[in-house]
Structures are given as C-alpha cells and as structure tokens.
Design a protein around this ligand. Structure first.
Ligand code: ADP
Ligand code: ZN
Ligand code: ZN
Length: 761
C-alpha cells in the first residue's frame, strides 16, 4: 500500500454519481496527514447542501488548484484499509492519465461486471438431529399429523442429505415450514454449489482427456514433476526476493519448452501458502487450455479462469469467488488483471511479448504496464515470462530495472531443439517450382507422412495475400469502404477482413472491364486445397478464424489434432502459439516474409518472435524435429536469428535499428491518430495538429521534439472512416503526456473528429 503525501487531495466522487469524470479538490485535515493512500475511501461534503458523500482519493498534492479558502475539508476515512475495489478505482485513475481515456471508460474497464445475473444457489437439506431428538420430533409430527414433515423425515431416514429444490417441490413444503426444524437443530439447509465453475464446464468439453481426475483435484497420488536444476534455481531466487519484500519486476527469459509454466506454479504455491492470491495472465485462453488444465490438475478448485466466451453470469461468479476468497488464483486474458483479490501477492504474465496484452478499446492500456501499477499499489510481485521477451522488457532487464532470470535448456531431458533450415524461394522459382511447397519442404512432408508423424504449416497473416487482381490493368479488387483488398474465400465470394463487406466474385474487372481477372497469392484455404492435391492420402485440418468462429472451435480442432486425428494442421500464426503437440516433428513457415511487410516498426520483432515460437513447436518429445522457413529474404536478420534461435543476437541488431530510426524503446513515441468520415473535416483537424507541432520549439525551449505528419494512416480508410496520424518522439514521458493533452485541447472545438492516442516508451 502506497501512502501519499500532501495537504490537498484530489478525489473522485463515488461511482454511483454521474459527474465522475472530474476530480474535486479537498483540504486534508491535519489529523489525516500521512494516513491517506491511493484508492482510500473518504467522506466529503459535496454540492451546495454539503451533503455527505463517499469519494476515492486518487492524488495528494501540495499545490492547490483553486483558492484555498474555497476548498472544503475531508471529513474522515471510510475504512482504514484500502480494499481491492478502491485499488482498482485508483488503477482506473492511473489508466485514464496514462492512456488518455475518460474516467468512465476506465472505470468500466476495471469494474466490468455491474449486475449479478440471478441464479439460485444449489442447496441441500441435511438431517443433523441426534437420535433421541429425532425420535421426539417424529412422535410430535405423528401426533399433530404434520404429513409433509413426516414425509420429509422418512425421506431423510433413507437418504441424507436430500436435494433442496426437488424435495421441497415434491413434498409440498415451504421455506417457512422448514425454518422451525432448522431452528430446533433437526436439519440444516446447506449451500452445495454457490458459483458456476467454468473449469468443470471446460473439463466436460474435453471429456475423455482427464476423466479419471474427475471430482477431487489434485487427484490422489498425483505429483508435480521434480524441477530441474535451472528451474529450481530460478524459482528459489524469486521466492527469496518475494520473502525479503523485494518487489522489482522479474523477467524470466526461458526458451520454448524450458519449463516456465512449472516455475510459475512453484511461485504460485509459494505465495498462496502465505495466504496471498495470484493472477496469471495468458494471451488467449482458447489457445492454451492445455496449460490451464495443468493448473487445474495441480490446484483443483482453488483456481479459476476468465475468458471471452463465458457468460456474464459465469464471469460475475468468478469475480465474486475472487472477492470472497473462494479461490486464490485466477487465469485469464488481460482483463483477469481486474479480479478483485483482497490479498494480491503475485501477478504473472506469460508470453509477455504478445500484443494481445495491448487493449484496442479505450482506455488503450497495456496489461504489462497496468499490472506493474497494480502490483505497486497492492505490494504484489510482478513476474514476466517469455521465450522471446519484448524489446521493452528486455531493455529494462539489461538496465537493471527488472531482475533477469534465464532458463536455457529444455525441461524434458530428451527434447532437443528443432533443426531449422531456411529455403530461398527465389531459388525455387529458378528451378521452375511454382508450388507453394518448396522441394525441401515437400520432401520432409512426405517423410513425415510415411512415418506417421505430424506436421504443421502456417502463414503469418490470415488471407493476407489471397486477393483477386486484373491481369490486364493490374488493379486488385478492393473493399469500397476500406483501403484494403478483398479476400477470396472458397465459396467464391470476396470478403473484407476489416469491415466484413462481402460480394460475389465479379466476372469482369471493375476498373477496366477485362475478363482476365484471377486470384493472386495464397491464403489458408488455398494451402489446404494444394496440400490435399499434393498429398491425397493425408488427413488435413485447417484452423483459422473461419473454422473457429463457433464456441469451442479452437479446442475441437486442437484436441482432434492432439489425439492424432490428422497428419497436417494448416493455419495462421495462431496454430504455433503455445501448444504442446508431442507428435509434431515438422513445422513449415510457408511465407515468412509476410509479416515483415507490415507497416509497423515492430514487424521485425513480430516476425522473429513468431518464427522462434514456431520452431519451438517442432520436436517437443524425443523424436527430433525440423523447421523449414520459406522466404524471399533469406538474409534478413529476423529470419537468420530465428533460425539460430539466437534471441540476444536479434535483440542487439533490432536495438541498433530502433536507435538509428528513433523508435521505442530507444525513444518514446506518441502516436496521435485522428479520424472522421468526412475528409474535409479531417484535413482541417490535421492542419490544427500540424500548427500545434510547429509550436514545440517555443513551448519546450532547448528540447528536441521531432515529429512526422500528420500523414495518412497505413490503411487510410476503414469502414468509411478516414484516418491520419501524427508521430512525436521524445525521451521524456511528461513532455509526451503534456503534448497529448495539448492535442486534446486543440481538437476540442472541432466537431466530429475523434482522437486516439498511443504512448510507447
Ligand atoms: P514452457 O512454459 O517454458 O514452454 P512447460 O512448463 O510447458 O515449458 O514445459 C514443457 C514440457 O516439459 C511440458 O510438457 C512439461 O510438463 C514438461 N516439464 C517441465 N518441467 C519439467 C521437469 N522438471 N521434469 C519433467 N518434465 C517437465
Ligand atoms: Zn482491369
Ligand atoms: Zn471493408
């Protein structure tokens, strides 16, 4: 808990009140100096009538923002301790400041579930009377001819306890009729299952996988694997820091399959044994249910999950279980960070490099940063883990801001890293091979098919290159609402992956009328067709957004593949994220360059991560694995370093590039994106921003603040909305925040234009 200093407090009024978007300043009476903390609930006089209201302290300061004599005084503290709810409210405040959203948006994000979805708890009636007391009660009921009561007693003599609802309905009893029996100590009404448990549901979905571990978990006799030397060193070191109260963020850099998950479990065991609670963030639960089941197997009902496909009621229950202490650990995507644990001790972020931790909705928070802040105010430890840490995190580790721990070998002694080769696609063309499978990849696929081993083939972006173009005029068929090409689907229709617009494939070129229009490039459906043609006997599964849109789609495809029901799994990058398929011995990246062309300074990093993680999928067991990277840029360092599994080598080159071009984490980057469906208004707003940027030398004398733009966004039009971007670079966080606020003020009077900002450091 962080105690704040200062004699003026900025306070947001209790959230039931509507004017929540503003803070109000109050004087802190002397008796409360040094006693206020971030998120603390206080009583304050509010409004003209000075009605007593509750508020949350978000900031203390020595500088009054109003005339001091007009400031009212805080009346008192509502509760001495800061509750989970108040911590989350403080976090919302922090997010609003950091990411530039409204307080309402921030509060909706951290306190997502508002209403309980009513569902009566499951109950049962248990007979608890001693023998003579029971005999007496029975005699009394007979004498007075209480027939319903008699029926209940005879039922309870046969079977104890009995289910509440069924019994009450069948015997025509009422709650009122049961109460005297309860008061007399004859029966007890017990709550059996208070909350919906999503893991039970998940287990039913996976029926057959762990059926023997049915009700009571951990199953009798089950033992976690004995940690190897490196795993033990890392988990002991982190536990020691934890016990000593050291709260520097820890970064575990462990190669794929090095046993990071087992280390996480050790850490969680350690803090939960001290009555503390833990949050484990994972990028996407539907892709990592295997991991979740490992936690379930070890921790049983002390663990729960949150995920996007749960109903509002199920979610509500999990938040309640967290709040009441029914569970001490939760696993989920970034929103699981807001589980209201009163005794939070540990936050772990697995695969911390994933961009799933970046929210796309306002507030556009980064879960890693928000977790850092939450850990700080609740006194918890933050642990990040990855085989390919993000540039930002690794830089902090090298600077000593984070504590770095390494796992350098695979956990299973006999599992070697995959043998990786790069295939130059230009060579294939020279050899007149126009197939999407290089000769080497084809040869390896044939080999695996003949041995009955499994293969995975992926491309980096869904439908990215699967468009239709005109051979006469060269035009590609584009979405009328967005600046992107339409993607060809197998049913012959063309679809926009940005806005969902769908049309039948035209016979003539819309631009020149030529009949010579044809598909160009390769999507997952096309690869599936070509693989089926080339290997007619192979059993092929495809996993992409089209085949997984229904509930449980991911699990179904992945578990079918895990059970060995297919020889080849084809998909987008989602197939190479985080699974453990022991029988996969070949992974092919069909067009590794696709992600190198993305209009984003992170594209080299993303490509390296993806290829390194993919290589980790091949050869998880004792059978040696192969990885083939097909590319037109065999010398690119992202591809070279991924083939060598050389993270440090990649980091060094990439950091040079970021320094040279001035990108984070070398310098801070503020991205201001403005959008409007009217281009004229957008141009006017862009003009205003440009004029604002021209004032930087006067506003910040002596500071170098380079900026680019406003320029058209890489995809200028989406869903009929035009977008322009202004990029601003500086090392100083406060300056960039200040500029963001300047931009907000500068656009305030302009109608229609929306501003969205990102601040990368
Ligand atoms: P990571 O999270 O680093 O990818 P995992 O924790 O998933 O690695 O471990 C990879 C595989 O090795 C899993 O199948 C896991 O059960 C197994 N494993 C991990 N640690 C050990 C150990 N100490 N002894 C035996 N097997 C282990
Ligand atoms: Zn044409
Ligand atoms: Zn579109």
């Amino acid at each position: 808990m962080r105690t704040l200093r200062g004699i003026y407090a900025n306070i947001i009024i209790d959230i039931s009140h509507e004017s929540v978007d503003r803070v109000f300043q109050y004087r802190v009476p002397e008796r409360l100096w040094g006693k206020l903390a971030a998120g603390q609930q206080v009583y304050i006089p509010f409004g003209a009538g000075n009605r007593r209201r509750k508020g949350y302290v978000v900031e203390l300061t020595d500088r009054p923002e109003y005339e001091v004599s007009k400031l009212k005084e805080i009346e008192g503290i509502v509760r001495e301790s800061v509750t989970a709810q108040s911590q989350l409210i403080w976090l919302a405040w922090w997010m609003k400041e950091r990411y530039g959203s409204t307080m309402n948006q921030a509060l909706k994000t951290v306190l997502p579930v508002k209403q309980k979805i009513k569902e009566a708890p499951k109950r049962q009636i248990r007979l608890i009377a001693k023998e003579d007391a029971f005999r007496e009660a029975l005699a009394l009921a007979q004498r007075r001819k209480y027939s319903a009561r008699l029926r209940l007693f005879s039922l309870l003599k046969e079977k104890n306890p009995v289910p509440y609802d069924e019994t009450v309905n069948r015997l025509n009893l009422t709650a009122a009729a049961l109460r005297p029996l309860e008061e007399a100590g004859l029966i007890r009404v017990e709550v059996v299952e208070k909350y919906r448990n999503p893991l039970l549901e998940m287990k039913r979905l996976l029926a057959g996988e762990r059926e023997e571990a049915a009700e009571a978990l951990p199953a009798a006799g089950w033992q976690p694997p004995v940690l190897n030397e490196q795993q033990r060193m890392v988990s002991q070191a982190i536990c020691r820091e934890y016990d000593q109260g050291i709260r520097s963020t820890c970064l575990i850099h462990g190669i794929t399959g090095s046993g990071k998950t087992e280390v996480y479990m050790e850490l969680i065991s350690h803090v939960t044994a001290q009555e503390k609670q833990a949050i484990l963030l994972i990028p996407e639960i539907s892709l990592t249910w295997q991991t979740v089941m490992r936690f379930y197997l070890r921790f049983g009902n002390r663990v729960s999950v949150l995920h996007s496909r749960m109903s509002a009621g199920e979610r509500y229950d999990q938040y309640e279980r967290a709040r009441t202490g029914d569970i001490d650990m939760i696993i989920g995507p970034r929103s699981a960070l807001f589980a209201p644990f009163e005794r939070l001790g540990l936050i772990i972020i697995d695969e911390e490099h994933e961009n799933a931790y970046q929210s796309e909705l306002a507030p556009r928070y980064d879960a890693r940063e928000a977790a850092g802040e939450l850990a700080r105010i609740s006194g918890a430890l933050l642990v990040l883990g990855s085989a390919t840490p993000s540039m930002e995190s690794y830089t902090k580790a090298l600077l000593g801001e984070y504590h770095l721990f390494k796992l350098t070998c695979r956990a299973k002694a006999d599992a070697a890293l995959a043998q990786t080769e790069i295939v130059d696609l230009r060579e294939e063309l020279r050899a007149k091979n126009r197939s999407i499978f290089s000769r080497r990849l084809k040869e390896l696929l044939e080999d695996r098919l003949s041995k009955g081993e499994q293969s995975m083939l992926f491309i980096n972006r869904r439908g990215y290159a699967n468009f239709v173009s005109c051979r006469s005029c060269g035009e590609a068929i584009k979405c009328p609402h967005c600046d992107v090409t339409l993607t060809l689907h197998r049913d012959g229709s063309l679809m926009c992956h940005y806005c969902g617009h769908r049309i039948a494939q035209p016979k003539l070129c819309p631009a020149c009328g030529s009949p010579y229009i044809a598909p160009f490039g390769t999507g997952t459906q096309k690869i599936e067709e070509m693989a089926a043609k080339m290997f007619p006997k192979a059993r092929i599964l495809r996993m992409d957004m089209d085949t997984t849109s229904k509930k449980g789609g991911h699990q179904e495809i992945l578990s079918a593949f895990a059970r060995g029901e297919a020889d080849i799994l084809i998909g987008t990058q989602m197939i190479v994220k985080g699974h453990d398929f022991p029988k996969v011995t070949l992974v092919g990246a069909l067009a590794a360059d696709l992600s190198l062309y993305a209009p984003d300074y992170r594209c080299n990093e993303e490509t390296f991560e993806l290829l390194t993680q993919a290589a980790g999928r091949a050869g998880r067991s004792s059978i040696p694995g192969n990885m083939v990277i097909q590319t037109y840029q065999p010398d690119h360092y992202s591809i070279q370093m991924a083939a060598r599994q050389d993270y440090e080598g990649f980091y060094e080159q990439e950091m040079n590039y970021r320094r040279l071009l001035g990108y984070p984490p070398a310098v801070g980057l503020l991205t201001l994106q403005i959008s409007d469906h009217r281009e004229d208004r957008l141009d006017r707003a862009a003009g205003a921003l440009a004029a604002m940027a021209e004032t930087f030398p006067d506003r910040f004398p002596g500071k170098q603040i380079p900026f680019i733009g406003p320029v058209n966004a890489p995809v200028y039009k989406v869903n009929d909305i035009y977008r322009k971007i202004l990029y601003i670079k500086n090392e100083n966080y406060d300056i960039l925040i200040h500029i963001r606020k300047m931009a907000e003020a500068c656009l305030e009077g302009l109608e229609g234009v929306a501003l969205q900002s990102d601040l990368d450091l």
